[in-house]
Design a protein around this ligand. Structure first.
Ligand code: NAD
Length: 477
């Protein structure tokens, strides 16, 4: 997706890093230590498939071990290469610091088109890739904990967890070697939706601040806001679904691999997703909107909020000037190149940066890892105790009302909600909401509190880098 004259993804991340460190008081040595990628392991392995040996190339990059384990997804795509994996690993370091999950940054990738192989073949390939990483401790509950990313999901994470358990039969914490597993295999409720849910919570938090909305020439709340989404995969689908079904936003266009669907009255996201599942991922022919062959052109449509949720580098020097959205929330990693970022800022477009916007995934992964290490479901100890205390209060109020003849009645739906203790999903959502609000406020303080900081991306980098620097300093570096 590189446009001529643009830096690579990793260079783009470095340039953004340096834009922030230029405003910070770090020693050059420490700055360099934080910026560089510690190591990248490349593996080529063979798997016998369809009667012959196929060779695959995979990577696991560790950007920073200031905290361990290191954490970051595994991506399956033909476009995977070392530069991309290292850029994504660096973003993981900053993301984890920004949302205060106690991890260093890592990322993995396998050069593969997952749609070219059937389920059994993908399992063989995944298990072999996992084997190569596990035997070098590049998958390990205390050292390196992968998660899903583009092209991977619960299924692949379950295979990886099982492979680790087979190779480490006495490790009682084996399940914590990877997150994003299905709930029946040691996963956590709410992980699949977490990144999209985080995008929703990030936007809700942004819309709570009048001055911030004004900076994007927006007002009011999310109700009725016109949104364009690129990529209806895990992240884009959940974000679009929640924003339209729960917040009243209108998804006026969805851009996908093979074109875009446009409907000014709002697209029924669940119907489009079902359509795509029935049609090998294609949006073409969907009856709930008009088809546009040039999917990327949908990014340039007139709207209030643009959500790139597919891949990096899609908003570049070549199209940035045509973007009309006053607010972009980077649900994907690195969708805006360094060059495009400059053009957009000059135009007055406000960007909620990737390292914050899509941090919902790693946040809930953190909860899953904690759950695996504690060997107990969240809410199991306190849920019924919480319900018993609420019941005590309701019964006392009802007794007082009847004893004193006050005639109070508590509405049945209020009683039902009040008397329901928090289960795992409710606790996960509460923890995620708190994380997204707190992280936004820490960026916002820097953004509004310093005259030399003009945008949220620089603010996010400053918060994240300061925290990483603090950890290094306290280790005596
Ligand atoms: P996914 O594979 O589930 O979905 C990606 C979607 O984008 C697919 O529907 C695909 O068809 C579409 N797509 C691919 N290329 C496109 C193009 N050129 N134009 C339009 N659409 C295109 O992946 P995902 O997990 O949703 O990840 C998407 C982005 O979010 C990536 O940048 C990833 O790094 C980032 N991210 C994902 C997670 C997570 O938890 N899955 C967490 C943080 C960040």
């Amino acid at each position: 997706m590189n446009v001529a004259g643009e830096p690579s993804f990793r260079e783009s991340v470095d340039l953004m890093f340096r834009r922030a460190t230029a405003l910070m008081d770090l020693s050059p040595g420490l700055e360099e230590k934080i910026r560089v990628c510690n190591s990248t392991y490349t593996v080529r392995f063979g798997v016998r498939l369809r009667g012959k040996i196929e060779t695959f190339t995979g990577y696991r990059s560790v950007h920073s071990e200031h905290m361990e384990p290191v954490k970051g997804g595994i991506r399956y795509a033909l476009s995977v290469h070392q530069d991309e994996v290292e850029a994504l690993a660096a973003l993981m370091t900053y993301k984890c610091a920004l949302v205060e999950t106690p991890f260093g940054g890592s990322k993995g990738g396998l050069c593969i088109d997952p749609r070219a192989w059937d389920e059994h073949e993908l399992e063989q390939i995944t298990r072999r890739f996992a084997y190569e990483l596990i035997k070098r401790d590049l998958i390990h509950p205390a050292q390196n904990v992968p998660a899903p990313d583009m092209g991977t999901g619960e299924r692949e994470m379950a295979w990886i967890a099982d492979q680790y358990a087979r190779m480490n039969t006495t490790d009682i914490n084996a399940k914590a070697c990877v997150t994003g597993k299905p709930p029946h295999a040691g996963g956590i409720q709410g992980r699949v939706e977490a990144t999209g849910r985080g995008v929703q919570y990030a936007l809700r938090e942004f819309f709570r601040h009048k001055e911030d909305k004004a900076a994007a020439r927006l007002s009011g709340d999310l109700d009725g806001k016109r949104i364009v989404v690129q990529g209806l995969g895990n992240v884009g689908y959940h974000a679009a679904k929640f924003l339209s079904e729960e917040d009243g936003a209108k998804i006026i266009a969805v851009a996908e691999r093979d074109g875009a669907i446009v409907n000014d009255a709002g697209i029924a996201i669940e119907e489009l997703r079902q359509w795509m599942m029935r049609n090998q991922g294609s949006v073409k022919g969907f009856p709930g909107g008009t088809y546009m062959e040039d999917g990327a052109a949908a990014l340039e449509l007139d709207c209030d909020i643009l959500i790139p949720a597919a891949m990096e580098g899609v908003i570049h020097k070549g199209n940035a000037a045509n973007i009309k959205a006053p607010l972009i929330i980077e649900a994907a990693n690195g969708p805006v190149t360094f060059g495009a970022d400059e053009i957009l800022r000059k135009k007055g477009c406000l960007i909620i940066p990737d390292m914050y916007a899509n941090a919902g995934g790693v946040t809930v992964s953190y909860f899953e890892w904690v759950k695996n290490l504690s060997h107990i479901r969240f809410g199991r100890m306190q849920r019924r105790a919480e319900e018993a205390r609420s019941r005590l209060l309701v019964e006392e109020l009802e007794r007082l009302s009847s004893d004193k003849g006050l005639g109070w009645t508590l509405a049945e739906d209020f009683k039902e909600r009040f008397l329901t203790g928090s289960d795992e999903l409710a606790l996960v959502r509460s923890g995620l909401d708190d994380t997204m609000r707190t992280a936004y406020q820490s960026m916002r303080e820097v953004w509004h509190g310093r005259n030399d900081v003009q945008d949220l991306r620089v603010a996010a980098y400053i918060v994240a880098i300061s925290r990483v620097a603090q950890t290094y300093r306290s280790k005596g570096l």
